[in-house]
Design a protein around this ligand. Structure first.
Ligand code: ADP
Ligand code: NA
Length: 333
């Protein structure tokens, strides 16, 4: 049996969104104070699966780190680092490319969504990315992975890779089968302009997402222009079943105020958008403004962020090295 250990990460491929905050970072902070060891990574090797301008990659890596720190992740309580500085990720990723099957990758819905009709034009890295993600998690024998709903299938694939490795190499129990931790009202924050798509930092239009660094005016404007239906809020959550845009805004409100969507509906039963949207914007500004101010302060001293990440990488390497070395051993290298 494995000691409980938490691993998760965010790609530095653009600015952080409210989806990243509610679906991931906020949960990282909550988990940090549990008994479990917590490891949070800036997964820069994943970012380059699509084109990244080198200067943008450097900036975005620091910005994700600043987002972690400004939201309350504490290098004294969690290991914070960027993936490319611990070479074990790439090494174990390769070994897992040789464990995972092409058919498994073909079933990954995120690749299909990202590649669209242009699968043949995508990088091989984008296709193989779930195998590297399995390596990220299993390099630390992590048992719990806090993520948004969109990553559930990749954590399941991680379990398949761990099982197949353990079985093929007669190493029962060597790799743990990690659990996705997907809880709370905002496990899939939707795009504000198109309620069928998730809010994403790589989305097309800035109006479709709230960035963690948006100022109060921008946040208010984006919520005011968010697509909704014309109806008032119902008096129970069931009443939002076929109203995805309305439900999304209620879910965001609930997650930001640490309550349930049911409680929000009870409070705002019968309210129109003219009342609910400004209340939501005020709440979002309340929660995000202190974080974005702290991010700006941290970003003014990039060398300090780099030092924090480098110190985290040293600690990550200490955990990773014996596990990687044992993996090579098991395989006969
Ligand atoms: P993005 O899709 O914004 O590029 P990443 O792929 O880097 O984000 O995901 C980082 C983490 O943020 C993952 O745990 C992912 O599930 C979570 N996440 C991303 N977007 C959302 C969203 N719209 N709602 C909830 N969680 C999200
Ligand atoms: Na902890």
């Amino acid at each position: 049996t494995h000691t409980p250990r938490v691993f998760s990460g965010i790609k530095p491929s653009g600015g952080l969104t409210l989806g990243n905050y509610l679906g991931a970072i906020k949960k990282f902070v909550q988990t940090q104070d549990s008994e479990m060891e917590t490891i949070y990574c800036v997964v820069d090797l994943h970012a380059v699966t699509v084109w990244q301008d080198p200067a943008d990659l450097t900036h975005a890596t620091r910005e994700v780190a600043a987002g972690y720190l400004a939201s309350g992740l504490d290098p004294a309580k969690s290991i914070l680092f960027n993936q490319s500085r611990v070479s074990g990720h790439a090494e174990l990723g390769w070994l897992f490319n040789c464990v995972a099957r092409v058919g498994w990758m073909n079933r990954m819905t995120q690749f299909k969504e990202k590649a669209g009709k242009n699968a043949e034009k995508q990088s091989l890295g984008l296709y193989a990315y779930p195998s590297l993600m399995a390596a990220d998690i299993l390099l630390y024998h992590a048992t719990h992975v806090p993520v948004g709903e969109d990553q559930k299938q990749h954590v399941e694939l991680t379990r398949d890779i761990a099982s197949k490795f353990n079985h093929d190499f007669k190493a029962e129990g060597f790799f743990p089968l990690p659990e996705p931790v997907i809880e709370g009202p905002a496990t899939r924050v939707m795009n504000l302009r198109d309620g069928t798509k998730k809010m994403s930092k790589s989305g097309e239009s800035d109006m479709e997402r709230i960035n963690m660094t948006d100022d109060a005016d921008k946040i208010a404007k984006k919520f005011r222009k968010a697509r909704t239906d014309p109806d008032a809020l119902p008096d129970n959550y069931e009443g939002l079943k076929d109203r995805p845009e309305a439900r999304n805004l209620v879910d965001i409100y609930a997650a930001l105020s640490d309550t349930t969507a049911e409680a929000v509906i009870t409070e705002y039963a019968g309210a129109g958008w003219g009342q609910f949207k400004p209340a939501l914007a005020d709440l979002a500004v309340d929660k995000l403004a202190p974080i974005s101010e702290e991010m700006a302060r941290l970003m003014a001293d990039p060398a300090e962020i780099d030092r924090t990440l480098a110190a985290g990488a040293d600690r990550a390497r200490e955990i990773a090295e014996p596990i990687l070395s044992k993996t090579f051993d098991i395989m006969g290298f």
